[in-house]
Design a protein around this ligand. Structure first.
Ligand SMILES: Cc1ncc(COP(=O)(O)O)c(C=O)c1O
Length: 398
């Protein structure tokens, strides 16, 4: 009996019509329903902060929306801009601006290299690849990027012009960087500050599921080391309110933001201020903390369920992972170098996973072990089936 026949016998509910999907970190409809419940009570604002929301202009965003961004990212109001819906787009624009105009201490060119802690966010890597930027990987240590590996690269390689980090509940490993790690990381970067970008994607800034350490705001650490012109923080409300219709935020030095506006003025006559106004009104009805608590009620049981199903495999050495304390993902390492076989067999049983290597630059996982699971979208019953398929395939192949 081959593996597929074997597992079909173990899981009699499998059929050839149902598609199970753990590929993307999407909010479940029930999460979006929470937002809709309050959102639908709002009346559309046309004026706010003495600004006509209907018109062009305010390239830095509505002051009240910027305030919201500075609360989410824990940044200074006057160093925080509120823009359109996607922080990934902002990352793209920051990198474009570094390429084509150059910021004071952040300039990219075709020989530039960027340090990428791995496993990491696949879209970051695709974005950098699209610009032809060479990506150099470092592993994680328990509390952030592996600092010895970062130091090694900085010592050996030329033209290293940046690092890309997700400092809280990193996608997909769930790492939350300690203050000690961030301080030492920034300290290592000081000699390179004439041309170095720290891309600090705080997509999961307030997405704790279990107790998570407090972090000193990154701009305070950067300022301590004179790196304020090197730090670019981004975030959004995509996974707080509406994934495709939120607000994104950028925070950097005033000088960098002014250059960024200059660059963006040729891209857009201004952000969507009506949507910003809706979000400001939204958070007058419900606090960010209350909103995140409501979402947690939906997400936490899903994360618990994944752990419940996979922990016995971890305990018996079939795989390794850390249960994340927040964010949107599980990062699983198979005990053998067989991630492609696992993904392929899951697919043949109806479960879609990201292809092997997705969480690594150029799609290359040197150990061929890593698989990302995104448990938020399916309902609990469906998630149980997804993870059970994964469990049985992983166990069989190891
Ligand atoms: C680390 C990280 N950054 C950015 C995004 C996308 O955010 P946005 O919707 O603001 O573009 C995601 C979504 O999965 C993410 O995991």
């Amino acid at each position: 009996m081959n593996i597929l026949e074997h597992i079909k016998q173990e899981l009699p509910w499998l059929d050839s019509n149902t598609v199970y999907d753990l590929t993307r970190g999407k909010p479940a409809p029930e999460q979006l329903d929470i937002t809709q419940k309050y959102y639908s009570q709002l009346s559309t604002p046309y004026e706010m902060d003495d600004i006509d929301l209907r018109n062009y202009g305010s390239p830095e965003g509505l002051p009240s929306a910027r305030k919201l961004g500075s609360e989410i990212l824990k940044t200074n109001f006057d160093e925080t801009h509120a823009l359109d819906n996607s922080s990934l787009t902002l990352m793209h624009q920051i990198i474009s601006c570094a390429f084509f105009l150059g910021f004071k201490n952040s300039k990219l060119h075709s020989e530039s290299k960027i340090i990428c802690p791995v496993p990491g966010y696949d879209r970051h890597f695709k974005l950098l690849e699209n610009f032809g930027i060479k990506m150099l990987t470092v592993p994680f240590q328990k509390d952030g990027p592996d600092l010895n590996a970062v130091k090694d690269l900085l010592d050996k390689e030329s033209n290293i012009h940046g690092i890309v980090c997700v400092p809280r509940h990193s996608n997909p490993t769930g790492h939350t960087f300690s203050d000690n790690n961030v301080q030492h990381l920034f300290e290592l970067l000081v000699p390179f500050k004439e041309n170095f970008s720290i891309y600090w994607d705080n997509a999961y800034a307030c997405h704790d599921i279990d107790n998570t350490i407090q972090q000193t705001p990154a701009d305070q650490v950067a300022t301590r080391f004179g790196l304020e012109n090197n730090l670019f923080q981004v975030g959004s409300t995509s996974k707080i309110t509406l994934a495709g219709s939120g607000i994104s935020f950028i925070s950097s030095s005033k000088e960098n933001l002014s250059k960024f506006i200059d660059f963006r003025n040729a891209i857009t006559p201004g952000p969507n201020k009506m949507n910003q106004g809706m979000h400001v009104r939204y958070f007058e009805l419900i606090s960010i903390e209350q909103q995140m608590n409501e979402l947690k009620k939906i997400i936490k049981p899903k994360f618990e369920l994944v752990n419940e199903i996979l922990k016995p495999l971890k305990d018996q050495g079939y795989c390794d992972y850390e249960k994340p304390s927040g964010g949107y993902f599980y990062s699983i390492d198979s005990a053998k170098s067989n991630a492609d076989q696992i993904v392929q067999n899951c697919l043949e049983l109806g479960l879609k996973l990201l292809p092997m290597g997705s969480c690594f630059p150029y799609g290359i996982d040197p150990d061929k072990k890593n698989i990302r699971l995104a448990p938020t979208f399916p309902d609990l019953a469906s998630l149980e089936r997804c993870v059970t398929i994964f469990h049985n395939v992983l166990k069989y192949l190891n």
